[in-house]
Design a protein around this ligand. Structure first.
Ligand code: GRF
Length: 197
């Protein structure tokens, strides 16, 4: 099983997955990091673990189609079976997502369908919820949407600040993303069949 992680930023989930692979908790080969931001910290993390970095910048391509074709070529080259989005801050086209449906997953820092979007932890905190959590799901054509693979929740304490909640959510992410990937690799969780259009 060949795995690719797509990330644009800090890369703490990349590191959690890389560690799980190294320790044999995720039985896959982490072949590539696909990153669209040349300055992203995740690039240094990948270099530190010996994972090949594929840097693909949107501005180098006239059309999104060309950008995604360049990514798809790399996925073919490295024979990638599973794509794990981990803070990849670029919307992938419906065509790209359809092509890889069932083989492309995402992690989101809320209990979807609650709090979609780029500020999920803050939005949940501001809403004053008592429970929030993390979702790993198959990616479909809609943003932060698709069949759920794994969710886990936590209680928001009265004493929590936004910073303490962020920390707890990230720790939960680092635990459940490798678990969700393992569920797919073992076949315990399978992608749902898509309805014929
Ligand atoms: C995570 O909170 C993830 O849920 C969201 O983007 C963030 C990425 O964090 N999709 P990191 O770059 O893995 O540290």
């Amino acid at each position: 099983m060949n795995l690719a992680v797509f990330a644009s930023g800090k890369g703490s989930n990349f590191s959690a997955i890389a560690k799980a692979v190294k320790e044999g908790r995720v039985k896959a080969k982490l072949k590539i990091l696909v990153c669209d931001q040349p300055q992203a910290a995740v690039i240094r993390r990948a270099q530190g673990t010996g994972v090949r970095v594929v840097l693909v910048c949107r501005r180098d391509f006239a059309r999104r189609l060309d950008f995604e074709t360049a990514i798809a070529e790399k996925l073919e080259e490295y024979r990638i079976d599973l794509i794990a989005l981990a803070g990849f801050m670029r919307l992938l086209s419906p065509g790209f997502v359809r092509r890889y449906f069932g083989r492309i997953i995402n992690i989101h820092p809320s209990l979807l369908p609650a709090f979609k979007g780029a500020h999920a932890i803050r939005d949940a905190f501001d809403a004053g919820v008592e429970v929030t959590g993390v979702t790993v799901h198959f990616v479909d054509e809609k943003v932060d949407h698709g069949p759920v693979i794994l969710q886990d929740g936590l209680l928001v304490k009265k004493s929590d600040t936004l910073a303490s909640l962020e920390k707890k959510i990230h720790l939960l992410e680092h635990r459940i993303y490798p678990q969700a990937i393992s569920l797919l690799i073992s076949g315990k969780c399978k992608a749902p069949r898509r309805k014929a259009k």
